[in-house]
Design a protein around this ligand. Structure first.
Ligand code: GDP
Ligand code: GDP
Length: 460
């Protein structure tokens, strides 16, 4: 049994042409197999030595356009059963259409690895559609021309990890999901459970804070569920005084582990290790500082780690009830943060007291807000309107007299917001110009203080 690769896409994107291209001269049609419906064609494909059965879901052309999405969904659902990988084909010349988006939404919820192909990408006419395709959330599209046989090597590279893993192992549980197709690309619901971690140096007040949050006026919704040996998740409901409604929060608590360890001299190291573990599970990380000690080197280290991992970061100065010169302390920490965290300026900074409860509602409000920014998707059109303005206001430099050309930008992922920018001579783009763009995205497009990723690509 060869691995099965299924071609999915709306009518006219070039599925049959791709099928024929992959099957080649042999064109071994086997659609008279018992139990095989007429709407599918099977063929033996040999892609640069990679062998698999290719399945084409044809026959949608004749369907009534009104009922097309529903019928396609039905047929796709049926044909995905037994497939190892799906090739999701779009027409790079036409760009991403509403029907493509509909299919993408559906495919995202399936468990099958998806390889996105932007077909008809020969020449330059396919460039915009190719850029658009990033926004479907399946990672980098394979630029392809079924008619001209271009992109075979890229398709090979994209398919190989999924196909070679299935040879001697029928359990597809361990087939890695396609890049960008994890649960995080699901449509974002601002009322979904907020995954929040509280990190900080020993004695910053983490345990006190968690206990205060879970105090009597809060509603515990479930038993403590173990995540790993070392951390626990606590599900509860925070009563939001502004909306006067309960909002679900999952607190990631790693403090317990540190208490158990009782190896005093390793404590400083451990808090970084704790933070690292908590970061893995959290959407938003609150770094707790101790007002009686201010911002220390260790805190900056933890903060950088959170940002490097692409999580939304907030800083809360705890023990505000005993702060000696509150405004000097606040301003000092603000300045030290902006100086010490070059990646992101203006990280939310709050003053709290785990003992009295002061500032905790504001902290939760800010956490929900920053998660929304972290999960936000900007339409490609709005993004490029901003992009054109940003380039006009401050054109990219021309090292050695040759101008760097920046053509297009698209948001490839959310959580954290990740952008791909296309152009030529991008290897020469100075870091300062890149920062100019990233800060522009953050300021002008409402990403606040969340970490932003920007990848540079020269289209082939
Ligand atoms: P299907 O409905 O998705 O199976 O699409 P077809 O394979 O029937 O192709 C639809 C149209 O697109 C045909 O006219 C093909 O010749 C054309 N086509 C397919 N692949 C390419 C390509 O790589 N480049 C260009 N320019 N046209 C293509
Ligand atoms: P952890 O090691 O980060 O979990 O810190 P703990 O929660 O164990 O707190 C360390 C110490 O700081 C304890 O003595 C707490 O009572 C104290 N503490 C925690 N939060 C506050 C606060 O808001 N104000 C004051 N004054 N003390 C606090």
């Amino acid at each position: 049994m060869l691995p099965q690769v299924i071609i999915i896409g709306r009518p006219n994107v070039g599925k049959s042409t791709l099928f024929n291209r992959l099957v080649g001269k042999k064109l071994a049609l086997v659609d008279d197999q018992p139990g095989v419906t007429r709407d599918r064609r099977f063929g033996d494909a040999d892609l640069l030595g990679l062998k698999f059965t290719i399945v084409d879901t044809a026959g949608w052309e004749d369907l009534d356009p009104e009922t097309l999405p529903g019928r396609m969904r039905q047929q796709t659902e049926a044909s995905l059963v037994g497939a190892d990988v799906a090739l999701f084909v779009i027409d790079a010349r036409a760009g991403v259409t509403p029907l493509d988006e509909e299919i993408a939404r559906y495919l995202r919820s399936s468990r099958i690895p998806i390889v996105l192909m932007a077909n008809k990408a020969e020449g330059r006419a396919g460039d915009p559609g190719l850029y658009d395709a990033f926004a479907l959330g399946f990672g980098e599209p394979v630029a392809f021309s079924a008619e001209h046989g271009q992109g075979l090597a890229d398709l090979f590279e994209a398919l190989r990890p999924h196909i070679e893993g299935t040879d001697d192992d029928d359990d597809d549980d361990d087939v890695p999901p396609p890049e960008g197709a994890e649960e995080e690309e699901e449509e974002f619901d601002p009322e979904s459970v907020l995954k929040l971690a509280i990190v900080g140096r020993p004695n910053a007040g983490k345990s006190t804070l968690i206990n205060k949050l879970l105090g009597e006026n809060r509603l515990l919704t479930g038993p403590e569920a173990g995540i790993t040996r070392d951390s626990i998740a606590i599900d509860w409901q925070w009563f939001d005084p502004t909306s006067e409604a309960y909002r679900p929060v999952r607190l990631i608590d790693t403090a317990g582990m540190r208490k158990k360890a009782q190896v005093v001299e390793k404590l400083e190291k451990m808090s970084v290790a704790d933070a690292r573990r908590a970061i893995d599970f959290a959407e938003v990380v609150v770094l707790l500082l101790d007002a009686t000690r201010g911002l220390e080197h260790q805190d900056l280290k933890i903060a950088s780690l959170v940002l490097e991992e692409g999580r939304a970061l907030m800083i809360a100065i705890n023990k505000w009830d005993v702060a000696e010169d509150p405004s000097a302390l606040f301003n000092g920490v603000r300045a030290a943060l902006d100086e010490g965290l070059a990646q992101v300026r203006g990280v939310p900074l709050l003053a709290v007291s785990a003992r009295t409860g002061k500032g905790l509602d504001q902290m939760l409000t800010a956490a929900f807000d920053i998660r929304s920014a972290w999960s936000k998707r900007v339409p490609t059109s709005a993004l490029n309107r901003w992009f054109d303005d940003a380039l006009a206001a401050n054109p990219p430099p021309a090292p050695g007299g040759k101008r760097i050309k920046l053509r297009y930008i698209t948001q490839a992922r959310t959580r954290p917001p990740s952008f791909v920018m296309f152009g030529t001579r991008l290897d020469q783009l100075p870091e300062s110009y890149r920062r100019y763009l990233v800060n522009g995205i953050r300021r002008e497009l409402g990403f606040d203080a969340v970490p932003i990723r920007l990848t540079l690509r020269s289209p082939t």
